[in-house]
Design a protein around this ligand. Structure first.
Ligand code: A3P
Length: 317
């Protein structure tokens, strides 16, 4: 059996047989509510839809794969943690003993992948933090009208593509190369098409800016101080004057920097629940690294597709 098809119920198998199916460089995909999922992730999405009990204070960190999810998780944890930390307690900070992915689990990629009714008591402190790569409409179905805050982080498609290429080659040790590019351009990627997923959150943020915050990796890199303040304000935990004066923003940025996080023992030697080394989540963290990898022909092919798909939306990269 394909690794990705275990734990799929008979009912879901029946559903899959009625859905469009395709393959990417890793395995079989089916298209559900406009997005491509491996079969067992579709099962997890359905488990989430059927069983998740949202709380009004929940915060959902959504992102496109390889778009700075780890960074967003770390920053959010650090923002919320400051109300709990004592001045002399910084060595006990959760980010020093666990990877951001260990602290903020993916709804469909971790929790509901393992069980249709996962034990969420471990995440009982308020607000609960969860992550997802589902598009907004699919996420909302499981939130059942709850007014949870949703933060979405995206990144230009070319850098995310290169990041994915390195990630897949490291942990799967396969030569994925060109097929990743083909999958992106065809729109047949896990959670893709890329543009539909991004546009779902973009439109959601325009419709309801108090509920959906749209962030870009490039803007985080360009003006981290302003973007972190923006995130804090959105989450309802703005920095006080005293915190601003005492350098709290810079301290969080430093704690959550790629250099600091990747230097921690947990991130050098730990693994996530799916067995992937945490160190693979940290690489260069640069904007424009695609220039070192894509030919001009590949660049213009991706640019043309993305431009066409985003045209008229007001969103650009
Ligand atoms: P690169 O492969 O381009 O270096 P995700 O967390 O969504 O899987 O995204 C991974 C990308 O985010 C990788 O990009 C990784 O290096 C970068 N990244 C991880 N932690 C980061 C941090 N603290 N600050 C900035 N970028 C980070």
């Amino acid at each position: 059996m394909n690794l990705r098809e275990d734990k799929v119920s008979e009912e879901t198998k029946k559903l899959i047989s009625s859905l469009p199916t395709d393959k990417d460089f890793q395995g079989n995909l089916c298209k559900y509510q406009g997005s491509w999922y491996y079969y067992n992730t579709l099962q997890a999405v359905i488990n989430f839809h059927n069983n998740f009990q949202p709380q009004e204070t929940d915060i959902i960190l959504a992102s496109s794969p390889k778009s700075g999810t780890t960074w967003l998780k770390a920053l959010t944890v650090a923002l919320l943690e400051r109300s709990k930390q004592q001045d002399d307690d910084h060595l006990n900070h959760p980010l020093r003993s666990d990877n951001p992915h260990g602290i903020v689990p993916f709804l469909e990629n971790n929790l509901y992948l393992k069980s249709s009714t996962p034990d969420l008591t471990k995440y009982s402190s308020s607000p609960r933090l969860f992550a997802t790569h589902m598009p907004l409409h699919t996420l909302k179905e499981g939130l059942r009208g709850s007014p949870c805050k949703i933060v979405f982080m995206c990144r230009n498609a070319k850098d995310a593509l290169i990041s994915m290429w390195y990630f897949v080659c490291k942990y799967q040790r396969v030569e994925a190369s060109r097929s990743i590019l083909e999958s992106l351009c065809r729109g047949v990627t896990f959670y893709g098409p890329f543009w539909d997923q991004v546009l779902s959150y973009w439109r959601g943020s325009l419709e309801d800016p108090s509920r959906v915050l749209f962030m870009k990796y490039e803007e985080m890199k360009e003006e981290p101080y302003a973007q972190l303040k923006r995130l804090a304000e959105f989450l309802g935990c703005p920095f006080t004057e005293e915190e601003l004066e005492s350098g709290s923003v810079d301290m969080i940025l430093e704690l959550c920097s790629l250099r600091s996080l990747s230097d921690l023992e947990i991130n050098k030697s730990g693994k996530n629940v799916n067995g992937v080394d945490y160190k693979f989540y940290f690489r260069k963290g640069e904007v424009g690294d695609w220039k070192n990898h894509l030919t001009p022909e590949m660049e213009s092919r991706i640019d043309m597709i993305i431009e066409e798909k985003l045209r008229g939306s007001g969103l650009s990269f």
